[in-house]
Design a protein around this ligand. Structure first.
Ligand code: PLP
Length: 419
């Protein structure tokens, strides 16, 4: 059923992919909320999980549970194989070498690792770290913390009203004082896809390392880190169909070798003596303590699942959903979309005249529609637009055109209630 004025793209445009069958892989999507079918439009916050990921976590505890790298027994080697297998799969997914992948609890930990192991020892008063107006707090606050400790400062590259990075101003800001540039690949609020290859080229020309926050890119775009040419790339597993508490930092080997450990403890050492400790080679040097082994068993399954569908197919599907949703929402009187950059990802932040974002999201929840309202961990971006909050509908490949129709119809009902 498609009741909207804008027809959905011909069903099965990409005839190799049966999207209805893929949707059925996600058990939670069959739920009802407040007596209505769930319409989950909050994937930028966290993605839903396909059954194969849930089963991989379950199977880990039922069949393999043991600690990694410590036991010589069978369960220990199975557990280690699953954990290291996730690293191999992530390496293939990102186009990187496995020894350049540090497994972390998510992007936040990955960026903090770079802040404390790479930036902190190198920064001094007068130095700068360049970020952009559209960063998530995870790509702002760690830099502020190391700046406070070193006397360095943040520089901010501006964006346009439509939510595009002003590349010339970013390049102009890459002065002699800049020790590191940090940019999101895809904005979690605006959906803007930044020209990361171009930014990396400009940074390389000036010998400035570039960190890319790939949290919102990895679930939606085919990635080839070698082709981007950056120095650090951070991802988070729970936005890419994997379990919470999983993620990774990819870094150039030369950086990982030069960086001191961030956390100390078991698993990351070669030899410990009271007179001093020598450390394991990267990436294990950065993986102190017992990791989220079950989570990484799940993340390995998630990566295989995404690759099984194909990231190029996912990107096409989400572009179609985005075009349809944008068109449909533009038809809602008084609705304004923040973030209209060409080629953007399937994230739509919007405001409706006279309606508070939280009120709208709360009433939409009563209709079974889950979307996020708030500042989306991007206060400086809200300040740029002069708004306290937006509503954000974020789409994934399992969403349907009918769900977008349901959103638009529910907004119309809710507006009547609020009028
Ligand atoms: N960066 C971006 C762009 C994000 O959207 C998020 C999560 O919302 C993060 C970083 C933080 O990710 P995590 O909380 O999984 O570490």
């Amino acid at each position: 059923m498609n009741t909207a004025a804008h027809p959905a793209p011909a069903a099965g445009k990409d005839s190799r992919i049966d999207w209805a069958r893929i949707r059925a892989d996600f058990p939670l999507l069959a739920r009802r909320v407040h007596g209505k079918p769930l319409v989950y439009l909050d994937s930028a916050n966290t993605s839903q999980k396909p059954a194969c990921v849930i089963e991989a976590v379950d199977r880990f505890y039922r069949e393999h549970n043991a600690n990694v790298s410590r036991a010589v027994h069978q369960l220990g080697s199975e557990s280690t194989a699953l954990y290291e297998g996730a690293r191999n799969k992530l390496a293939a997914f990102l186009g990187a070498h496995r020894n350049e992948i540090v497994l972390t609890s998510g992007t936040t930990q990955a960026i903090n690792l770079v802040a404390y192991s790479y930036a902190l020892p190198r920064l001094k008063a007068g130095d700068a770290i360049l970020v952009t107006t559209m960063e998530h707090h995870a790509n702002i606050v760690p830099w502020q913390l190391v700046c406070e400790r070193t006397g360095a400062h943040l520089k901010v590259a501006p964006i346009t009203e439509s939510g595009e990075l002003i590349v010339e101003q970013f390049v102009e800001a890459l002065g002699d004082d800049v020790r590191l540039a940090c940019v999101t690949h895809v904005s979690n609020v605006l959906g803007t896809v930044n020209p990361v290859k171009e930014l990396a080229r400009e940074c390389r020309r000036r010998g400035i390392p570039l960190l890319i926050d790939g949290s919102q890119a990895a679930p939606h775009l085919p990635l080839d880190i070698a082709a981007i040419g950056c120095d650090f790339y951070a991802i988070t597993g729970h936005k890419m169909c994997g379990p919470t508490g999983t993620g990774a930092l990819w870094a150039k080997r030369e950086h990982l070798e030069a960086m001191p450990p961030f956390l100390g403890g078991g698993e990351m050492i070669r030899e410990v003596k009271f007179s001093g400790t020598t450390f394991a080679d990267p990436p294990h040097k950065f993986e102190a303590g017992t990791p989220n082994i079950a989570g990484f068993a799940g993340l390995g399954a998630a990566v295989e699942y995404l690759q099984g569908i194909g990231m190029a197919g996912i990107a096409v599907r989400e572009r179609e959903l985005l075009e349809y949703a944008t068109h449909a929402l533009e038809g809602v009187p008084g609705l304004r979309i923040l973030g209209t950059a060409p080629g953007k990802a399937a994230v739509i932040s919007f405001l409706i005249d006279g309606v508070h974002a939280h009120d709208l999201a709360t009433l939409l929840d009563q209709e079974g529609i889950a979307l996020r309202s708030g500042h989306h961990c991007a206060h400086p971006l809200m300040q740029f637009y002069g708004v306290p909050a937006t509503c954000r509908a974020s789409l994934a490949f399992w969403n349907t055109f009918e769900e977008i129709d349901a959103l638009v119809a529910a907004i119309a009902r809710v507006r009547k209630l609020l009028a």
